[in-house]
Design a protein around this ligand. Structure first.
Ligand SMILES: Cc1cc2nc3c(=O)[nH]c(=O)nc-3n(C[C@H](O)[C@H](O)[C@H](O)COP(=O)(O)OP(=O)(O)OC[C@H]3O[C@@H](n4cnc5c(N)ncnc54)[C@H](O)[C@@H]3O)c2cc1C
Length: 266
């Protein structure tokens, strides 16, 4: 039993362990290499955890964090626990080593079904290491739930009436969308600044016993449809630098404008 029995809103948050965003990634022998960069919780997923915790606090809810990955993905889960999630589950299986986003979605959907009674599943908008940004929609499709993507705020949530109203952040502005629960929500930065883990939270997380579910535990097998046999660096661009000098800012600006027109940039 992972959720508190009395929880009025059962929330799952999906978090991925990724290389630190400051890491320099290069392709080597057809594979991406992040050097010895530390692994961290996907930065977008901190916003998802924050969104989940805010709903938990507002609606007497309960939050379970789940991650698919190796043993080191426990660190992402511990971060979610330290922020305030109640429980965490690691899904780990050798068959998932080269999982594509569809396979990941199949496994996340199976885990969400196994947890039972979930009202809301929060995701980050994308993972910074492979950036497909499709996992939330794929998971929603498999669950048969509505997906509310790029959500910047929740304008209304009624756990008893099973409805949610959100504002999506899209290029043209904001869009108000309503849906029935259960639903999948992917979160953008505008939602709320993620809280720092509290001292008590860090202690709790460091002692947490995080269960590991295998594919057999979930009763699923995965079929990987996409492979990425080769990853390569973009071709180097030839760049010529020319310093423009002049007796006054006006003269420099005029020379610069001439060059811009000559090169047909404008
Ligand atoms: C070099 C490289 C290239 C790849 N190319 C492809 C490709 O072209 N097509 C493809 O289908 N797959 C590809 N993958 C695999 C893909 O990275 C994983 O399947 C991944 O877990 C899901 O895709 P994403 O990381 O882009 O997640 P996104 O869809 O960008 O992530 C959105 C959200 O989904 C959740 N999420 C994603 N992964 C996990 C996880 N493991 N555990 C818990 N929550 C998670 C998080 O909340 C995250 O913020 C590639 C992987 C690598 C290393």
């Amino acid at each position: 039993m992972f959720f508190l029995k009395e929880a009025a809103l059962k929330i799952v948050v999906c978090v991925k362990q990724v290389p630190d965003s400051a890491a320099k990634v290069v392709a080597e022998n057809g594979r991406p290499n992040w050097g010895d960069a530390p692994l961290v919780i996907n930065p977008w997923d901190e916003y998802a955890v924050e969104a989940a915790l805010l709903q938990k606090e507002a609606h007497d809810g309960d939050v379970v964090a789940i991650s698919i990955g190796g043993e080191n993905a426990k660190e992402a889960l511990k971060h979610a626990l330290a922020m305030g999630a109640s429980e965490a589950i690691l899904i780990s299986d050798a068959a998932l080593a080269q999982a594509d986003s569809q396979a990941v979605a199949e496994v996340l959907a199976a885990a969400i079904r196994k947890l039972g009674g979930v009202d809301l599943a929060f995701f980050g908008r994308q993972a910074i290491d492979s950036d497909t940004g499709v996992t939330p929609a794929q998971t929603a499709r498999l669950l048969g739930w509505p997906v509310l993507s790029l959500v910047a705020s929740i304008a209304g949530l009624d756990p008893a009436g099973k409805t949610i109203k959100v504002e999506r952040s899209i290029e043209e502005g904001r869009q108000s969308v309503t849906a029935r629960l259960p639903a999948v929500v992917s979160v953008v930065k505008d939602f709320a600044e993620p809280r720092y883990p509290s001292f008590m939270g860090i202690r709790k997380a460091s002692r947490a016993n995080i269960p590991i579910w295998s594919l057999a535990d979930l009763g699923v097998s995965v079929h990987v449809r996409n492979t990425w046999p080769e990853v390569f660096n973009p071709p180097a661009r030839a760049v010529v630098t020319e310093m423009i000098s002049g007796g006054s800012p006006k003269e420099i600006a005029e020379k610069l404008a001439e060059k811009i027109f000559a090169e047909k940039v404008l």
